[in-house]
Design a protein around this ligand. Structure first.
Ligand code: RAM
Length: 900
């Protein structure tokens, strides 16, 4: 009897715990416990966890407190919003820590317990909060080699420390130590922004790094983006000529008093052992000149010089808005090669971005030289011609004696291979570790299928993103370029939002887009703009102004990026309107459909040249459309009306200029049809035949794509939309040039800049522009996630609040699945074909709803977990549509079997 009671009790407990809901994953401004927010109204997000299907939040309550008391008690607020809730308490104070928790109620009448506490700390909100002064070297710098500078200060803290925060930034790149230990795990700080307008400072909690008594702070500062060589023609010192440091340790003692340790005239400076360092050229380190223990107590800095103080204002200082660059994966060499020309080469098996940590033992003065390359040439020799002027060389001079370990500080290399010169002794692969560096974005997406080559393509897309999301979205990471090309970034942005969390990354970068926008509304080709004011306004590049904010809104439901970027979006559209005559934008310089297919010695005219102004008109219309969408979201009815009228005129002008009476486009290319169809440039009655022409065109190239940077992202989407998924699949699976899988077959581990970076005979495209790590063509990833597997969001429930799962089963695949960490939790979908059925597994996060498109024509063919869907109360059959049965569902895990 006792036994039965116990098991009944256990069951009851289990039942109760299943019925429970809880809240987890608290984010403030999309960060977990951030420590230097620069906004007065931070936004809170959380995830609901509930076992029960169809769980929705119906109300929430937030409490925000400081150690002085309550800052905000929201009270119980009705609604299902659980992402990006604005703080609405008392004004937040500089340098103050806040904790918050939340509880929620659901549609089943359950209340969650209070969540675990999360915290956020405010940064230095006012320029007056900076007590520090900018310091520069107190000696004349070597203007040729421009070695990195060491700054040092010893200070005493008299009382017991309760907390301490270091706020720091530099003119240049910095690394900082306290009492001989590196502070934080950020690299290449302070990152890259349009420094003169926006310079990020970082904050580090250094409470546990300080002593009650004497302490030393030491910082190394190198050229970085601030004054290093960028772009071409010896373009350096873009933001300033001198390196500088700004640092402030705000200490709170246990007795409540505070003290600030700041950069000031008490600091000392000297040259470091980093003899020269440039982003493009690499780093030279002379260990014989290393000042052992220089950032710790007890070091004699008697020979050092003082510092110069600057009287700069702090107006351009902002807190860090994105994830810092950090170290990630490490690789050991998979092969040690002696090339035909006798070079000693290590192969790390992956084209990556970062550097190699090297161990060596030798004599004082031994000089190891390490070169970096992405690829070996036809003969198997080390190939660096495509790096153009970038030397990409690490040089280490040994001090001799015990084993020494080297790694650079203020540079990065894009490479798979390294060539070793003068390495002392045997080359043991254990002594070389390649480590990746990229923005610390959270991995959010997975994609896998039954096709190994397509899986490798997905791998290459993700590695293209890792390598080129290095504080700014760069086009490439290896040659003398590495710039924030706007066209590449917009083309890849939607794919990027699947693979990693890029909300903060793009939020920060888009502010630089706005900051560098010219007075006439033009957007520069690269952001931060280091090419000067004349380089901007190209269709499909400058449209980054509208495309990325809208994509981030879709991917994350982030309304704020729309609000923030709205003036910039409008100014860009105004630029196009100003440059148009009769609503036709046919002036100015345009890159066009960059790197489209063009065969050598093109006797038959097979090159896929698309009229640049036709492209411009399409992107003009798209930007106006996105502005209409945005004005709706932001409730700006007047703007909505104005831009709606403008859009009609822009499309009419397109029809008049670029479409023949029978509906043919003046450029008969894939890109022309793709853009016209994707951006709805054609009236309904002309669309079907335009799609047919597109399909015919693809076939006329023996089912190959011919698109460049601008057409490629939309190509398969358009084919799918107009019923040609079979052709989209054929393009995806095509293995010879030009195609996505051609580089894969050639052994690529990243996406290439060109469809034929390496030719079938293993010779290369022109070294003048031939990157093997360039994410733009990786934009096919968006189609793989959204169309193949079917993970998508509705525009009226952005950020996956209202989900559409519409897979396209086909292409001879036997399975495909993908998952995405949304702000609400895990969303996943996968399909599998078996003899005469299709299996589909879908997971929908709590507090969202979904429409699942099941690929069959009748609901009677579908079971969920063994039961006919029509009999289930928690799934609503909502009709049929073009080969699908539509099911309305809420949160939960679903297992469908569809009889063929
Ligand atoms: C080259 C690169 C870059 C592209 C520009 C137009 O510099 O290919 O990715 O955006 O050209």
């Amino acid at each position: 009897m006792k036994k039965i009671t116990f098991s009944a009790l256990l069951q009851l407990c289990l039942l109760m715990s299943f019925a429970q809901i809880k809240v987890q994953g608290l984010l403030t401004e999309n960060f977990t416990n951030p420590i230097a927010l620069g906004v007065q109204v931070p936004r809170f997000s959380w995830q609901l966890v509930a076992e029960k299907r169809n769980t929705m939040q119906t109300a929430y309550e937030i409490n925000v407190t400081t150690d002085k008391g309550s800052a905000w008690k929201s009270g119980k607020i009705s609604g299902s919003q659980s992402v990006q809730i604005n703080y609405a308490g008392t004004p937040l104070q500089s340098d103050q820590k806040y904790t918050w928790k939340v509880r929620v109620w659901d549609n089943n009448g359950k209340a969650s317990p209070w969540s675990e506490a999360a915290s956020f700390k405010m940064g230095l909100l006012n320029t007056a909060d900076w007590k520090a002064k900018w310091i520069e070297a107190g000696y004349v710098e070597d203007s040729i080699n421009r070695p990195a500078i060491l700054f040092r200060n010893q200070f005493a803290l008299a009382k017991k420390i309760k907390s301490a925060t270091l706020y720091i930034t530099a003119h240049g790149m910095y690394e900082v130590q306290l009492n001989g230990k590196r502070v934080g795990d950020a690299y290449l700080a302070p990152g890259w922004t349009s420094y003169n307008k926006r310079l990020q400072y970082q904050a580090y909690d250094v409470t546990n790094m300080l002593n009650n008594g004497n302490n030393v702070i030491g910082a190394t500062v190198g050229n970085g983006w601030y004054r290093g060589f960028l772009a071409w023609d010896d373009n350096k010192n873009i933001y300033g000529k001198k390196l500088g440091l700004l640092a402030q340790v705000n200490v709170v003692y246990t007795d409540g008093t505070t003290e600030a340790i700041v950069t000031d005239d008490k600091w000392k400076s000297t040259n470091s052992a980093i003899k020269s360092v440039e982003i493009y050229h690499g780093e030279t380190f002379d260990a014989r000149e290393e000042k052992s223990g220089w950032a710790a107590i007890g070091y004699d800095d008697g020979g050092w010089k003082g510092v110069n103080l600057l009287t700069t204002t702090f107006d351009n200082l902002i807190s860090t808005e994105n994830e810092p660059v950090k170290k990630h994966e490490t690789f050991k060499a998979i092969k040690v090669i002696t090339t035909p020309s006798g070079e000693k080469v290590l192969d790390f098996g992956q084209n990556l971005v970062g550097w190699v940590i090297v161990k060596a033992k030798g004599n004082a003065g031994d000089k190891i030289v390490i070169k970096h390359a992405e690829i070996l040439d036809k003969a198997g020799n080390f190939y660096t011609e495509n790096l153009r002027a970038a030397k990409a060389t690490a040089t280490y001079i040994l001090k001799g004696g015990a084993e020494e370990t080297f790694e650079p500080h203020f540079t990065f290399y894009g490479f798979r291979y390294i060539k070793l010169e003068n390495y002392p002794g045997e080359i043991n692969p254990d002594n070389f570790t390649a480590v990746t560096l990229y923005s610390d974005m959270k991995p959010t997406g997975t994609f896998t299928s039954s096709n190994a080559l397509v899986n490798q393509l997905q791998h290459n897309i993700q590695w293209g993103q890792r390598g080129n999301f290095l504080d700014v979205p760069t086009d490439c990471p290896q040659r003398d370029e590495r710039l924030g090309w706007t066209g590449d970034a917009q083309a890849f942005s939607r794919t990027a939002s699947f693979n990693f969390g890029v909300n903060n990354f793009f939020d920060k970068w888009m502010k630089d887009v706005a900051a560098d926008q010219l007075a006439d509304g033009r957007i520069p080709h690269v952001i931060p703009n280091v090419l000067g004011p004349d380089n901007g306004g190209s269709a499909g590049w400058a449209d980054v102004a509208t495309i990325i904010p809208w994509n981030m809104y879709l991917a994350y439901g982030d309304k704020k990026i729309l609000e923030t970027q709205y003036p910039s979006m409008k100014a860009w559209v105004k630029f196009m309107t100003d440059k148009s005559k009769n609503d036709l934008w046919n002036t100015g310089f345009h890159f066009g459909d960059w790197l489209f297919y063009r065969p050598f010695d093109d006797n038959d005219g097979r090159s896929a040249v698309t009229d640049k102004y036709l492209i411009a008109q399409c992107f003009y219309a798209n930007s106006v459309q996105l502005l209409i969408n945005t004005s709706k979201v932001l409730n700006k009815a007047d703007d909505e009306a104005t831009y709606t009228a403008l859009l009609k005129r822009v499309k009419d002008a397109f029809l008049k200029e670029y479409v023949t009476p029978s509906g043919r486009l003046v450029s008969g290319t894939q890109t022309a049809y793709v853009l016209a169809l994707n951006f709805d440039m054609l009236p309904e009655n002309l669309r079907k035949q335009a799609a047919e022409r597109l399909a015919e065109n693809v076939k006329s190239y023996d089912t190959h794509l011919t698109t460049g940077f601008l057409g490629t992202p939309y190509l398969c989407h358009v084919l799918t939309r107009f019923g040609y998924s079979d052709i989209a699949y054929s393009l995806l699976l095509q293995q010879d040039y030009p195609s996505w899988l051609y580089p894969v077959k050639m052994g690529a581990t990243t996406i290439w800049e060109r469809w034929d970076g390496q030719k079938p005979d293993s010779t290369f495209q022109t070294p003048g522009m031939n990157s093997f790590n360039h994410y733009a063509y990786g934009a096919i990833g968006d189609w793989m996630y959204r169309q193949m597997v079917g993970l998508d969001t509705y525009e009226d429930g952005p950020g996956y609040k209202h989900i559409r799962v519409k897979p396209h089963v086909g292409g001879g695949f036997t399975n495909a699945s993908a998952s995405l960490q949304t702000y609400y939790g895990t969303l996943s979908s996968g399909w599998k074909t078996e003899d005469n059925k299709i299996l589909m597994d879908v997971e929908i996060p709590a507090n969202t709803t979904a429409t699942i498109y099941v690929p069959t024509t009748t609901a009677t063919a579908v079971t969920e977990n063994g039961k006919a869907v029509s009999t289930l109360t928690d799934i609503k059959v909502a009709g049929t549509e073009e080969g699908y049965v539509l099911l309305q569902v809420g949160s939960g895990k679903y297992h469908f079997v569809i009889a063929k």
